[in-house]
Design a protein around this ligand. Structure first.
Ligand code: CP
Length: 323
């Protein structure tokens, strides 16, 4: 595989290769040196056309821990502001000897368009999608999977551990690339995935994402059936920047009907865990005290997992280029 643009066609073997490689890099990150020379001499360019804290910094740290050289791009201080196009920007990084481009953009399809251009030019450049519009955020879904699987078996994380588990995804599913990527990974095995939100944020067409998948996908406009006996609850941010002015539900209404609170968590299995990709609207999708409660919240562990998982992705995609 040259590029990682979406999880749509990922196999269980590929998921497991990433989980096992991430586990070995987690051990590297916990060692004294924290670094391996795997990608020495390679250049990783982080082209983030849209804001990011976690994804950009963890891709950068992952590349550095693999001994690659890194280039960072911020649109406001780049020649994009003088009218240079996105493709010409990518070609400029190509001309500087970039081996891997990590791309985030507010428009779906930009990483694919750059990957197609790199292929058309017969380059060996790999493109990793770091989140494009509402389409996909594959590295986030992979770090979510790693976090869950490590909890279930710290020494041997594998996707099959999710068989028979019930996972609820609650929040702004309509606008969420994280939800779309998690739907691919969490229906790749025989698990139960329950999507829940207001009808305005969870249109019926999401049903088609479950067609022909090994897992079972359910849609709910009420929270209770989705939470009942759930093993994991993944909460998602209300993406106000992608919404129109008059929100239905409003933030207050959303919290009233769908906010995850300690009381509502009692519907789930007693050892339920909560995930959230961040950033969090504290007190909207999740009560502030639950977010900080280590008994339930895996949010910090997700961020920590992100570095090891992104090391695994850069290594598995870029390692093949080593002579
Ligand atoms: N989860 C996530 O993509 O966070 P950032 O926007 O901070 O990268």
């Amino acid at each position: 595989r040259r590029h990682i643009l979406s999880l749509a066609d990922f196999t269980s073997d590929e998921y497991n290769a990433i989980l096992q490689t991430a586990l070995s890099f987690r051990q590297v990150l916990n060692s004294r040196t924290k670094k391996v020379p795997a990608l020495q001499g390679q250049v990783v360019a982080n082209l983030f056309f849209e804001a990011s804290t976690r994804t950009r910094n963890s891709f950068e740290l992952a590349a550095k821990r693999l001994s690659a050289d890194t280039l960072n791009f911020a649109p406001g201080s780049s020649s994009l502001s003088k009218g240079e196009t996105i493709l010409d920007t990518a070609k400029t990084y190509l001309a500087m000897g970039t081996d891997m481009m990590v791309i985030r953009h507010q428009q779906a399809g930009v990483p694919q368009a750059i990957a197609s251009e790199m292929d058309r030019l017969n380059t060996k450049v790999s493109v990793l999608n770091a989140g494009d519009g509402q389409h996909a955020h594959p590295s986030q879904a992979l770090l979510d999977l790693f976090t869950i699987c490590r909890l279930l078996d710290p020494d041997n994380p594998r996707i099959e551990l999710l068989e028979g588990k019930k996972i609820a995804i609650v929040g702004d599913i309509l606008h969420s690339r994280v939800a779309r990527s998690n739907i691919w990974s969490l229906t790749a095995i025989d698990a139960e995935l329950h999507l829940v939100s207001s009808p305005t944020l969870l249109p019926q067409y999401f049903k088609c994402f479950g067609e022909g998948r090994p897992g079972k996908l359910f849609l709910h406009w009420e929270l209770e059936p989705a939470l009942k006996d759930a093993d994991f609850v993944m909460t998602l941010r209300l993406q106000r920047e992608r919404m129109t002015q008059h929100l239905l539900p409003s933030l207050r209404e959303y919290h009233q009907y769908y906010g995850i609170t300690r009381d509502r968590l009692k519907l789930c299995k007693p050892d339920v865990k909560i995930l959230h990709p961040g950033p969090v609207n504290r007190g909207v999708e999740l009560s502030s005290e639950l977010m900080d409660d280590p008994e339930f919240s895996l949010i910090s562990q997700q961020v920590t997992s992100g570095v090891a998982v992104r090391m695994a992705l850069l290594y598995l995609i870029g390692g093949g280029k080593q002579e």
